[in-house]
Design a protein. Structure first.
Length: 485
């Protein structure tokens, strides 16, 4: 049985109290690894090593030296690309082509943020003084310190390096707590870090759960100077409460109930192709995914039928089957949650356009966490499946009649992560995008990501922005130096 260990001070270690937990395959629910759970003393050791590294070789490096190492990290991920894909596929069950895309972006995160920190300017101001001699002010960036990185399971390497990349580029050290569902890529990255010469204590990984376990030990630790988190809103709220002790900064990217708006003048092929990805990519386990689609009434029936045809052509299968479009959900627990919403939709009177159940799988795959991609119509905006984040391969399609109406309905949610608008009217696109209450709005596309741009959510979808210089605002403290002339 494969053992996934903690990575502390550049060494792989079992938990100090010898506790482990099983990692089960989403494909068939069979155990594929034994994961070492970090105790409180293990978390203490990881944080202590990270704090020590700030004053060691890592803290004394120039920006150019750090950048060179991060380029080596990216290159080594690329060299060991198949190892990372295999680890991520084993943990998540996602198709190999989806994992390949995620892992490419994971490597890119190190180079992108290395380039940002290398080229970003700071501030300089001259000022008058009463004696006429003047003064000048300039700003310098300093790392915030030890950063606790709490990661989700839906795109493990991509979303972890999205935080670790800029944190290290800015000169911080990190203690990563990956999801208990997807421990392998974070652990594997430790090997890469060590091999390319990242000093001891800079990158640490501790495995475990949330309350009364590793996650709580990390987020309540007073030597953790900042916490960055991606995951569900309830967990983010708990982390924010923990961070209030010590007034430590947080960056939270949380849940969403994202809306797409399709106007009657939209290009039908562009809209349906984008919706197929936004609703069903990674088995709907994408924080930016679309669970509400609003379609202007003249196009409503046409789009519903077009999307139904495309969903009917999806192939559900194992990752190594290159013709598969969709894998299982992450776990049996999550499968039960998603299926409970499938049942609730029918109970509340939804019209099931397609899907709504569990696909028939052969052999031991029948024990896996499979669900059918599902489209509903016929419910009102206050239906349970129109309000709650489901995080599965499903969406409800609603008709609308006017622009003002659909803006109000799209915004009628406690979340505000992303949205997509489809129209050939450029004026309308600008007008509607400006009024949508979300951190990211796409027009005639979905999931186009320039990593230099701001990313984050509004309302219950998060606090703070990351990407490009916006990441630097979280991972550094800006210090002003005033010189009297």
């Amino acid at each position: 049985m494969k053992k996934v260990q903690n990575f502390i001070n550049n060494e792989y270690k079992d938990g100090s109290d010898a506790k482990t937990f099983p990692k089960l395959s989403p494909l068939n629910n069979a155990q594929i690894a034994e994961v070492c759970e970090a105790s409180k003393s293990d978390v203490d050791a990881a944080v202590s090593s990270a704090k020590k590294a700030l004053k060691g070789p890592w803290g004394k490096m120039t920006t150019e030296e750090r950048v060179a190492i991060l380029y080596k990290v990216a290159d080594e991920i690329t060299r060991r690309f198949e190892d990372f894909v295999a680890a991520e596929v084993a943990d998540t069950g996602m198709p190999q082509h989806t994992s390949q895309f995620m892992c490419v972006r994971g490597a890119q995160n190190f180079k992108i943020f290395a380039d940002v920190i290398k080229n970003v300017p700071t501030e300089f101001f001259e000022m008058a003084t009463p004696d006429g001699k003047g003064a000048m002010n300039y700003a310098i960036r300093r790392p915030v310190g030890v950063v606790g990185v709490v990661c989700p399971w839906n795109a493990p390497l991509l979303l972890m390096t999205w935080k670790v990349g800029p944190a290290l580029a800015c000169g911080n050290t990190v203690v990563v707590k990956p999801s208990e569902e997807t421990p392998q890529t974070a652990a594997l990255l430790g090997e890469v870090m060590r091999d390319v010469g990242v000093p001891e204590g800079v990158y640490n990984v501790v495995h475990g759960f949330g309350p009364n376990s590793t996650g709580e030990f990390l987020t309540t630790h007073q030597d953790v100077d900042a916490i960055t988190f991606t995951g569900e809103t309830r967990t983010g709220a708990a982390i924010m409460k923990a961070a209030a002790d010590g007034a430590r900064p947080v960056s939270l990217e949380m849940g969403g109930k994202n809306a797409a708006i399709v106007f009657a003048d939209a290009d039908l092929d562009v809209a349906t192709e984008a919706l197929m990805r936004s609703c069903f990519m990674n088995t709907g386990q994408v924080c930016l995914g679309t669970e509400r689609v609003f379609v202007e009434r003249p196009l409503f029936d046409t789009l519903v039928n077009a999307l139904k045809e495309k969903v009917a052509a999806l192939k559900i299968g194992i990752p190594s089957d290159h013709s598969s479009n969709m894998g299982p959900l992450i776990s049996k627990e999550h499968q039960a949650k998603v299926l409970s919403y499938y049942k609730k939709a029918v109970e509340e009177g939804a019209n099931v356009v397609i899907g709504g159940g569990v696909p028939k799988m052969e052999g031991d795959l029948a024990n896996g966490s499979w669900v059918e991609p599902t489209i509903w119509t016929g419910l009102n905006d206050d239906a349970t499946i129109a309000v709650d984040e489901i995080f599965g391969p499903c969406t409800h399609i609603f008709p609308f009649d006017t622009e003002d109406e659909v803006i109000e309905r799209a915004n009628n949610t406690k979340y505000g992560l992303s949205s997509a608008i489809f129209t050939s009217n450029l004026q309308r696109a600008h007008r509607v995008a400006a009024q949508i209450e979300a951190g990211v709005v796409w027009v005639n596309s979905w999931f186009l990501r320039d990593l230099r741009t701001a990313f984050g959510g509004a309302k219950n979808s998060g606090i703070g922005r990351e990407g490009g210089v916006h990441s630097l605002e979280f991972y550094t403290e800006l210090k002003n130096v005033c010189i009297k002339l």
